[in-house]
Ligand binder design. Structure first.
Ligand code: GTP
Ligand code: PEQ
Length: 230
């Protein structure tokens, strides 16, 4: 299945600016992208990164089989427009020979695993969505030419409504790993607690001095020294 991975390459993860410098946010975003690409390839698919700026995958230091399977295409349009262009009903796509499903997996799903992705990709509904906590759309599969995305805000609810309007069947995939996108400082706890052994994002955060802090009985992340805020 074609798996599109949108990536905001220029100034990623601005909502983490209170705890990470610009260069660090970039490094964490690239580490999460690497983890997502490994999970997609581990699930048996070839990811296509749709990046807002040129991106050399060689610099991500991916395992050989991941580097060999992944590709990058540059698209400076908005997230919604760049994704819609690649869905079954998008520009240049024809439905005459049947529909090739397209999956869209966000690059900030640091906990994604091959198993979690396979559960999404193995669905058969016209549209299958793995919502994010808070109402976003972290990953989806589209098998209907009439369906188009409209990201931001409570896009999960918007996408349910769009599916209904175009007569597409819809399945919601209940997945902790796919529901956890890393947007805000509190989300970093999830990376440190649930990140896979050897994954890049938890390693990157630990290198930046982040660690789990449960001293007062509540779990948070703390950072050694006084880094981060710009
Ligand atoms: N191709 C493309 N990808 C985007 C764009 N905006 C966001 N993304 C990607 O879409 C996914 C979800 O976006 P966000 O959670 O808003 O990520 P972000 O823009 O890096 O983070 P914030 O600056 O905090 O909003 C991530 O994989 C981003 O890299 C865009 O305009 N074009
Ligand atoms: C792109 C957006 O992501 P969020 O801002 O919710 O992380 C969405 O899922 O609609």
């Amino acid at each position: 299945m074609r798996v599109v991975v949108p990536f905001a390459a220029e100034t990623p993860k601005t909502r983490l600016e209170s705890v990470l410098t610009s260069a660090e946010r970039s490094a964490v975003a690239r580490a999460m992208l690497a983890d997502v690409l490994c999970a997609v390839v581990g699930a048996g698919h070839e990811p296509m990164v749709v990046s807002t700026a040129p991106l050399d995958l060689e610099t991500l230091e991916l395992p050989g089989e991941v580097l060999a399977s992944a590709s990058v295409t540059l698209d400076e349009r908005s997230l919604t427009d760049a994704v819609n262009a690649r869905l079954p009903g998008g520009e240049g796509e024809t439905a005459t020979d049947g529909i090739d499903p397209v999956a869209v997996v966000m690059a900030d799903l640091a906990l994604a695993t091959p198993d979690a992705l396979e559960a999404l990709l193995a669905t058969s509904a016209d549209v299958a969505i793995a919502p994010g906590r808070g109402g976003g759309t972290n990953a989806l599969v589209v098998r209907h030419p009439g369906f188009a995305v409209d990201y931001h805000g409570t896009s999960y609810l918007d996408h349910r409504e769009i599916a209904r309007e175009v007569g597409a069947t819809l399945e919601t995939v209940d997945s902790f790993r796919l529901a956890t996108d890393i947007d805000e400082p509190a989300d970093l706890v999830e990376v440190l607690v649930h990140g896979r052994e050897g994954a890049r994002a938890p390693t990157c955060l630990r290198e930046f001095g982040f660690e789990i802090d449960d001293r007062d009985g509540r779990v948070d992340v703390g950072r050694d020294g006084d880094h981060g805020a710009e």
